[in-house]
Design a protein around this ligand. Structure first.
Ligand SMILES: [Zn+2]
Length: 395
């Protein structure tokens, strides 16, 4: 770790070294930061006062006193997670390392509106906390994602035509019966990008996440930082116009969007029009994996059409890796083959020279993991830890 030599490392920066596993003893911290033994001890003591560092003084008693091992106390609190999808919400409690301690799905569509869905979610979160023997006071933060554009300052949906009744409605007040901890809200593809970044921070700091489910969306990471754009609307690729969708009416109210020919809802409608008994994109995937010819054809075609749109984004951003998540990725090669063909065929040879295309690392848990990371990356950042120690916000 290289840092300006004139500013001594703060307690928050020392915490980052311990949390990331870069340092496990006081002398390692000293070597990495240039801090004196006294200064290291003072910072470690401050972190221990927050309960964030476990100090293992126990060790073999022979041969002198061994160096005490320092470790991040990942059980010092918990995070609540709510990944809201179009047809269900995935809930979880995680520890401070993002490991899932308990999880549960609430099968209720988002279009019932926040007054119907959020009280249900609050009830289930309380029972999840009970299940892991924790209380609202143990919660350091709540991470929530929605399938739409988010006003992060308001903690609300900004403009989501598909989520009737949610726009501008602050979501934090619905959860006050569960915990007083702060709520963080973000877009579903964005949190999936955060989950993927945690796996690939070193190997692929430029990452494009495509969520292909009922709707289509993207999360963009450049140089290890999630890009939300000017008003949070970056990545809304589902409503990119494409020739194959010319004149077709989209649920956003516009015509010609790629969603009308390639999204999960479009595939469901296409099969329903043929009199098939399907209600969700997961039904289409199941049919395809069972060998249904028409379902397979639709999924292949969807991969190609989405790939056409992504090719433009690949030219623009030159990502290291393109990650495919959401329900459609469960069809694996059936979906990926067409997408790969379109991306490599339509993007420039230069932009795709080193491009790697892969499925999400955490499958269906990608969204809940990303919501936990949204909270942890903020609340456990060096800056936030220093603010807490200075008696600032969150102290
Ligand atoms: Zn549209």
């Amino acid at each position: 770790m290289t840092r300006p030599s004139m500013t001594p490392a703060t307690a928050g920066e020392v915490f980052t070294l311990i949390r990331g596993g870069a340092a496990t003893t006081r002398s390692e911290i000293g070597k990495l930061t240039g801090l004196s033994r006294t200064a290291v001890s003072a910072r470690v003591a401050a972190l221990q006062s927050l309960g964030l560092i476990a100090d293992d003084e126990e060790g073999p008693s022979t041969g002198g006193r061994p160096p005490a091992t320092l470790a991040f106390a990942d059980s010092a609190g918990v995070v609540l997670v709510v990944a809201i999808g179009r047809s269900r919400a995935q809930l979880a409690v995680t520890d401070l390392a993002g490991a899932i301690l308990a999880a549960e799905d609430v099968d209720k569509p988002v279009n019932v509106g926040p007054d119907d869905l959020m009280p249900d979610i609050a009830t289930h979160l309380t029972s999840l906390l009970d299940r892991v023997d924790r209380k609202g006071d143990d919660v350091i933060g709540v991470g929530l994602s929605i399938p739409g554009t988010v006003d992060m300052t308001a903690g609300a949906s900004l403009d989501s035509p598909m989520m009737a009744g949610w726009d501008g409605v602050a979501l934090a007040p619905y959860l006050t019966s569960v915990t007083d901890a702060p709520l963080f809200v973000d877009n579903d593809a964005n949190v999936m990008a955060l989950a993927e970044l945690s796996e690939r921070r070193e190997s692929a700091p430029n990452l494009l996440m495509i969520k292909a489910s009922t709707g289509l969306g993207a999360g963009i990471v450049l140089n290890g930082v999630l890009q939300r754009g000017s008003i949070g609307a970056a990545g809304e690729i589902g409503h990119t116009k494409t020739a194959a969708a010319r004149g077709m009416k989209c649920r956003c109210g516009d015509v010609g969007c790629v969603e009308t020919v390639a999204s999960g809802w479009a595939l469901v409608h296409a099969l329903q029009d043929q009199g098939r008994d399907v209600g969700h994109v997961r039904d289409v995937i199941r049919l395809a994996l069972d060998g249904d010819g028409e379902a397979r054809r639709l999924i292949r075609s969807s991969g190609r059409l989405i790939g056409d749109v992504i090719a433009g984004a690949v030219n623009l951003l030159n990502p290291d890796v393109l990650i495919i998540g959401g329900d459609m990725s469960e069809a694996d090669e059936l979906f990926l083959a067409g997408l790969r063909e379109s991306v490599y065929g339509n993007a420039t040879a230069l932009a795709t020279r080193k491009l790697h295309i892969a499925s999400v690392s955490h499958g269906a848990q990608s969204g809940i993991l990303g919501c936990a990371i949204l909270v942890l990356d903020h609340l456990l950042s060096a800056r936030q830890i220093d603010l807490r120690l200075a008696g600032g916000p969150g102290a």
